[in-house]
Design a protein around this ligand. Sequence first.
Ligand code: GDP
Ligand code: MN
Length: 378
Amino acid sequence: MRLYEYEAKQLLRELGIAVPNGLVASTPEEAGAAVLELGGDAVVKAQALAGGRGKAGLIRLVSTREEAEQAGAAILEATHRGERIEKLLVEERVQVARELYLSISVDRLAGCPVILACAEGGVEIEEVAAIRPEAVVRRHVDVLKGLRTHEALQVARDMGLMGDDAVALGRFLLGLYAAFVQLDTHLLEVNPLVVTAEGKLVAADAKVILDDDSAFRQPFYRIRNSEPGLSALEREGREKKLSYVDLDGTVALMGNGAGLVLSLLDLIRHFGATPANFLDTGGGASRAKAKDALGLVLKKAEQDPRVKSILLAFSLSISLPEDAAGGVLDALAETKSRVPVFAVVHGTRAEVGEELLRSAGVRVFPSIQEATRAAATA
Ligand code: GDP
Ligand code: MN
C-alpha cells in the first residue's frame, strides 16, 4: 500500500528520522492557520500518491497566512495525474544547501534490499539516472547481517561525500535501513534528502510503500487498511482476496493465473480491442472464489456500458474443472450476463470444464487466440 507523504513522514518521525515540522490541512483556512503556528516561512504541499508534484506546481513556498490560503485554495482545486487533492501538508521551510537522493527497495532479482543513492537529488533525479547512470550508487544489503556502519559510510563516499557530510549520510542511511526493516516496506524513498545550511540532513519528501503481506503486524493498517482511490469493484476484489483492477476497455475478463491474464490483455489489444479489467483468481481457486470472481466481472459488465463481451480463460492443473467452471455456473445462475461470454479451457480434464461452461450458455473455443478474437470482435 502506498502512503501519502504526511503518513510516511509521521512513521519516519516516530522512528527518529529527521523530517520537517508540519501540520495537515484540508481547507485554505487551515493552511493559513498552520503557517501562523509554524511561525513564518513554510511550504504548502499537495498530498497525492503520484510523484512529480513539484513540477506540476503543487508545492508552493509561502511566508504569510494570506499566501498560504491562496496557495491552499489553488492546490485543493487541482487534480494530479487523475487524483483529486484533498489534503495539504504545511511544513516549516527547510533551508536547502544541497539536495540528495536516497532510497531502499527490494531487488526481486537479487532477492535482497538494494540501496540507491545519488548526490544530485531533487526533481530531476530521473533525468540524472537516465543520462548518467554512473552517478547513481547501488548497494545490496545482506538481510542476515543487516546494513553495517562501514557499508553505509562507503555509500556516502561512493556518492562523493566527504568528512562530516559522509558521516551524516552514513548515520541517516543506517536509520533509514532500520525503518525499512521495522515497517516492512517495499520502498522507502527520500527525495530530496536535504542538506541544510548547517549541514544537517532532513527528509524533505518521503515515499513509502508498505508490504500488504505484513498487514497483520503493522499498526498502520489499523489506521487505513486499503489504498485510497480504489473503485468500489477494486475494494470488493481486495475483500474477496482477488486481484482485480479496473480498466476502461470493452472486454471484461478473468483467468486463473496472473501470467495468463497478462497474456489475455496483450492478445485483446492484438485483436484490436481493449481490456475492461484485470482479474486473476489465482491458481487452485475454490468453486466459491471462482463464483466471486465472475460475480465481479458480471457487475463490471452491468455497470460499465462500454463492456461488450466477457472472456474467461482457465488453465487447469492445480485448479479442477469442477471448481473453475463450476464457479462460473453458480455466478451465471444468479446473474444473467448482459453481454456474450467466451471461454477457453486448457489442461487437466479440460473437456469436463468445457461441457460445464457450454451448459451455462458460454461459447467455448479450442484455443486462447480464437476465444480472444471472438471476444474482441463481439
Ligand atoms: P515531488 O515533486 O512530488 O517529489 O515533491 P517534493 O516534496 O520532492 O518537492 C519538490 C521540490 O520542492 C524539492 O525538490 C525542493 O526543491 C522543493 N521543496 C520542497 N520542500 C522544500 C522546503 O522545505 N524548502 C525548500 N527550499 N524547497 C523545498
Ligand atoms: Mn520528491
